[in-house]
Design a protein around this ligand. Sequence first.
Ligand code: KIV
Ligand code: NA
Length: 276
Amino acid sequence: MARVTTATLKARKASGEKITMLTAYDYATAALVDEAGIDMILVGDSLGMVVLGYENTLAVTMEDMLHHTRAVTRAVKNALVVGDMPFLSYHISREEAVRNAGRFIQEGGAQAVKLEGGRERVDTIKAILDAQIPVMGHIGLTPQSVNQLGGFKVQGKDLETARKLIADAKALEEAGVFSIVLECVPTPLAKKITEEVGVPTIGIGAGPYCDGQVLVINDMLGMFKGHIPKFVKRYANLEPIIKEALTAYKREVEAGVFPGEEHSFNMQDEVLEKLY
Ligand code: KIV
Ligand code: NA
């Protein structure tokens, strides 16, 4: 398998072959995702919730993101790694946005960055692109706007907001993004956007007509205790499996069953005799 690039994704949109994306936040998980042949890995700021235990993504810093991006990129051989720009890393000025985007590439080893927002982000996106950094857009439910949106809910259900999302998608395409995440939008609207833009759309809670799909890995593996949104399909339920293993370990250590001989090291009798 060859390295996935933005050119690979563009060709996929043309051929109609679906694009796969998952989040990963650490070396071991990223290696599994990469070996499974997933096209793109997002080091999402969702790590604030699923790894760091925050209530939302707003507390996540550049340092948090770079720490996890480095762990992921050390493992990945083929997938395109996208670093998720955290809250306030691209809002203050174009200069700061370019510098922070650049850190994902230079220090994190990512191949691209993602940031949330539509038309209001076009100038920022152009500045980052000008530094030769591929940018992925993200519209619909944008979790960094949770306080302004008034909660995590489906976006674009009425005519006005649906039209706004279509215009945002077109503005992002025109700005030069290589792909757009559509989060929590009605299936028919995601379909329409996918038909109207020339870059691949990657859906999460956006129905089956997007050019690709993304999920948070902890959610799809059944490894997260928090709220699981309707759009998540659980491909595994690891939580009870892990719990069972932990309980068995506790039981066996307490009973003196573990470690057994096969897990232990011996020494030569003559050395041992002199010890006593
Ligand atoms: O942070 C994240 O995991 C994301 C995806 C849900 C698209 O932004
Ligand atoms: Na995110």
